[in-house]
Design a protein around this ligand. Structure first.
Ligand code: S3P
Length: 428
């Protein structure tokens, strides 16, 4: 992994478009693979994680042509994947491993998922348990981590109460449910991103949503579709916060997904006093889109409740940076799930902000931040976590003097052009 140095100062100006939504991109490739016919995808994420889903699907016999952002997926039909000849390597991508585990559970062949060092440490019992209850044989390490072996086949539908708010687990169970006998229902403890539900509907599958209960019927066939993927709100969040905090900035971020299960961070920034104008734009395939027009402004601290966290889970690092430069105190409650991301992101955020001279501490699963007027330059470690790398780089721009991010190149997981795009919008 490569390091990056970053000089402090400057503002952001002009317009930018972010890469296609990572979550929606994974689902477009997966549902395309399961559909009857050829799915045309526009706006696919160029990130390495979506590349991992593509590689795994190719190993399962799916032909995908073209390069991001425009690809075509030749569907193999429900239950039509082929046995892979070796391990399925999900790289750094939890979404790849967890969603595809649900898909292969519906196929009568054995396969085994592996990943990079970070993914091999992440919890997989959360998918193993429901998939076993549906009838698949699932093997894990003693610690409940990958290698994850799945030997599937004749599944039966279940009603499953998710122990944690996780769109990956919900999606894994629903995808297995398509291959099962009868109805599969997932009950969530809190609403999480609903891209799977929306995209299944766009592929012609009836999905019943009643409050926090989602059901699909086994054997529902998918019809290939044209999928237009919106810009990733989780990538847009870096721009929105950077433009808010860098004095004199005026920036438009165009074509960003505005699915309300993803825009919690905009609500938080609005109540902190950010100046963000949201202009609805044209969306397709069940996903709405907006332009975000941001002018810099002073922020005040806020409390973010545990109930808000699932709607902004991936934006916590950059929101924490906003809180570090806001006046007064902020508290983020109920961040336990952050310990299970690409790094222990909760400790990672606190360490990063502290290095930049901010006051941040972890109390149980809460993060407490006292705002400061200025950051001091620092050298911080990304811990191989793309969202910490980009947060560290922006913190460096907001500090006075020269900062550095070790292992900055992991931004390619979700945003390969981040640093170049960022520097080309930086004015003096
Ligand atoms: C994702 C769900 C979230 C999120 C991740 C992508 C998805 O993970 O953090 O970046 O695409 O379903 P969890 O389901 O583990 O909360």
């Amino acid at each position: 992994m490569k390091d990056r140095s970053v000089a402090g100062g400057g503002r952001l100006e002009g317009e930018v478009r972010v890469p296609g939504d990572k979550s929606v991109s994974h689902r477009a490739l997966i549902l395309g693979a399961l559909a009857d016919g050829e799915t045309v995808v526009e706006g696919l994420s160029s990130g390495a994680d979506v590349g991992s889903t593509r590689t795994c699907l190719a190993a399962l016999g799916v032909e995908i042509s073209g390069a991001a952002p425009s690809v075509r997926v030749r569907g193999r039909g429900l239950g039509g994947l082929k046995a892979p000849s070796g391990d399925l390597d999900a790289g750094n991508s939890g979404t790849t491993m967890r969603l595809l585990a649900g898909v292969v559970a519906g196929h009568a062949f054995p396969c085994r998922f592996v990943g990079d060092e970070s993914l091999m440490r992440r919890p997989m019992r959360r998918v193993a348990e429901p998939l076993r209850a549906m009838g698949a044989a699932v093997g894990l390490s003693e610690a409940g981590t990958a290698p994850l072996s799945v030997s599937g086949g004749a599944l039966k539908g279940i009603e499953y109460a998710l122990p944690m708010a996780s769109a990956q687990v919900k999606s894994s169970v629903l995808l297995a449910g398509l291959h099962a006998k009868g109805t599969t229902t997932v009950v969530e403890p809190a609403a999480t991103r609903d891209h799977t539900e929306r995209m299944l509907a766009a592929f012609g599958v009836p999905v019943a949503v009643r409050g926090l209960k989602v059901s699909v019927e086994g054997g529902s066939r998918l019809t290939a579709a044209r999928v237009l993927i919106p810009g990733d709100p989780s990538s847009a969040a870096f721009w929105v916060v950077a433009a808010t905090l860098a004095p004199g900035s005026e920036l438009a971020v165009r074509g960003v997904g505005s699915n309300p299960t993803r825009t919690g961070y905009l609500n938080v920034l609005a109540r902190m006093g950010a100046d963000i104008h949201r202009e609805p734009a044209r969306g397709e395939g069940g996903e709405s889109v907006e332009d975000l027009i941001v002018s810099s402004s002073d922020l005040s601290g806020t409390d973010i409740s545990a109930a808000e966290i699932p709607g902004l889970i991936d934006e916590v690092p950059i929101l924490a940076l906003a809180a570090a430069l806001a006046s007064g105190e902020s508290r983020f409650s109920g961040l336990g799930e952050l310990r299970h991301k690409e790094s222990d992101r909760l400790m990672g955020i606190a360490a990063l902000l502290t290095s930049f001279g901010a006051s941040a501490r972890v109390e149980n699963d809460d993060l407490l931040i006292t705002g400061t007027k200025a950051l001091t330059p620092a050298k911080v470690d990304s811990l191989g976590d793309h969202r910490l790398a980009m947060t560290g780089y922006i913190a460096g721009m907001l500090a006075s003097g020269e900062s550095g991010v070790l292992g900055a190149s992991c931004a390619e997981i979700s945003y390969p052009t981040f640093y170049d795009d960022f520097n080309s919008r930086r004015g003096a």
